[in-house]
Design a protein around this ligand. Structure first.
Ligand code: TXE
Length: 484
């Protein structure tokens, strides 16, 4: 198995160019150079993919669970066997450090397949007896052809997080990865061929969101859409999908509070706050980009945090000493720099970073940013209200528990929150009042795949993970049998 310079779509079990025969340039963020090309697919390719999925659905949807289980486990094994290839491809495409793609992104991708392969063996439903009259049982049947659309920040990790449960529940898929990070999805196509996934069960169409993505969402025979990406894009997808009553799962942006009380375990908090602020260059919807610190330890926190941030190494993602690599694209680098300029205009003080990281040689044109910490901004300014999705955090002081909760909830997003306190009662009081789908207490990014994953408000609709995902990709049917 190997990467290729000219990526192909995976439709009806074969690798093929787009109907347009056109290609889109794919950049390596670490050098700013074009390194591969992706098919510029459009509705013609999506139509072919939907047709293939419809043809494959009858057999796949009734395949014996053990057989489906074995195929999904084989896909996981192949990804694991080629971990280095997948990890290198992921870092080449996204700019994230190889240390991250090889220990987080790719292991989690094969874990996603294994988790849902085993889920399908235990997936059951309920019955409701009406003694002497009737018995009801709930059938949970696959929906049919579903659309899975994923973003560029955790490419294969989030792509497989949708594809695995959709396949496990017997659906057939038309999937599109981000045009910015297509390579590991292309390698997944090859893994599926090698694993013996029947043709048409999974179809991967590469291309632009506004063209190939839009065509998937608009297609009448695609009955559900599972999407992860920006809130604005989620709005567009919902507007197209809702009139056709498509089932929707929308995992969108976040502007997550990281609440640090005076009574926290300071050293433990500091280690994880550096991660939750800058892991993957802050390009994770779960990152804690608004740091709220109780006033009694504000100065101690600020001094220690800024000191450690300034030690973070930004550099070539393939160099093992790099803590941070390049951000995903030139446009995204400029978007983040524009937000830093806005923060200064709004009266913020840049405590460290705030500029591109100047690189030399082959990396001179890469998309590198210094991790940035900003203080002195009110919560209601744009910098603290809008998702920047880069290596940028703000810090604000609060006095009381009530004020911390009010500040934390004072955004249009509601995805995740982190709370640092050694007072268990306080942690429960606060957790229950936070308007977020996830609350981590004295930890960050601890993930049990059985748990419901997702947010509220502008962070999305529905939940992924565990039974939530299995139920999203099935239709519950109540069958009632009369008996006397
Ligand atoms: O996401 P997009 P992008 C946030 C973050 C980021 C912003 C945009 O703020 O800066 O979203 O990121 C496809 N119909 N998050 O540009 O545009 C697109 O091709 C159908 C948070 O990556 O939402 C890609 O495959 N599909 C998020 C996918 O949607 C469309 C993670 C995501 O693209 C489409 C990533 C359309 N009209 C970004 N337009 C999180 N919550 O983790 C685009 N696409």
């Amino acid at each position: 198995m190997k990467t290729e310079q000219y990526i192909k779509n995976y439709i009806n079990g074969t690798l093929q160019p787009a109907e347009s025969t056109e290609f889109i340039e794919n950049y390596d963020p670490s050098t700013g150079q074009v390194y591969s090309y992706i098919p510029d697919s459009d509705s013609r390719d999506v139509d072919k993919a939907v047709e293939a999925a419809q043809k494959a659905f009858p057999a796949w949807s009734v395949m014996h669970p053990q057989k489906r289980f074995r195929i999904l486990m084989r896909i996981a094994d192949i990804i694991e066997q080629h971990l280095d290839l997948f990890a290198e491809a992921e870092s080449r495409d996204s700019g994230k450090p190889l240390s991250l793609s090889s220990t987080v992104d790719i292991p989690r991708s094969h874990d996603n397949f294994r988790f849902f392969a085993t889920s399908l063996l235990h997936y059951s439903s309920e019955s409701h007896n009406m003694p002497g009259q009737a018995i009801n049982y709930t059938l949970r049947q696959p929906i049919g052809v579903v659309g899975c659309i994923s973003p560029w920040n955790l490419p294969l990790y989030l792509f497989s997080w949708k594809i695995a449960p959709a396949l496990a529940t017997g659906n057939c898929i038309v999937a599109k990865p981000s045009e910015l990070t297509p390579m590991t999805a292309f390698l997944l196509s090859k893994a599926c061929q090698e694993a013996g996934l029947p043709p048409g069960v999974l179809n991967i169409v590469h291309g632009l969101g506004s063209k190939a993505g839009q065509a998937i969402v608009e297609h009448n025979d695609v009955k559900a859409i599972s999407f992860t990406g920006g809130t604005n894009t989620g709005r567009k997808i919902a507007a197209v999908a809702a009139p056709n009553f498509k089932k929707l799962s929308l995992e969108l942006g976040g502007k997550n509070p990281n609440i640090i009380f005076e009574d926290c375990d300071f050293d433990e908090m500091m280690i994880h706050t550096l991660r939750s602020s800058f892991s993957n260059n802050g390009q994770i919807c779960l990152c804690g980009s608004r740091i709220l610190v109780q006033r009694g330890i504000y100065d101690k926190f600020k001094d220690e945090f800024v000191k450690r941030v300034q030690f973070m190494k930004v550099g070539n993602p393939f160099n093992s000493v790099s803590d941070l690599g390049a951000v995903v694209s030139k446009e995204h680098k400029e978007k983040v720099l524009a937000y830093i300029a806005l923060a200064e205009m709004e009266g913020g003080k840049i405590l460290c970073g705030g500029k591109p990281m100047e690189m030399k040689g082959e990396f001179a044109n890469g998309y590198y940013l210094k991790p940035t910490v900003i203080e002195g901004l009110p919560n209601q300014c744009r910098t603290n209200q809008e998702e920047i999705f880069g290596p940028v955090v703000t810090i604000q002081a609060f006095d009381t528990e009530e004020e911390a909760i009010a500040l934390a909830n004072d955004v249009e997003y509601g995805l995740a929150a982190t709370v640092w306190t050694t007072d268990i009662n306080k942690s429960q009081r606060v957790a229950q009042q936070l308007d977020t789908g996830i609350v981590w207490i004295n930890c960050w990014m601890v993930r049990d795949l059985r748990t419901p994953f997702g947010g509220m408000k502008n962070s999305g609709v529905g939940r992924e993970g565990g039974l939530e995902a299995m139920r999203f990709f099935t239709e519950p049917k109540n069958v009632c049998i009369k008996y006397s």
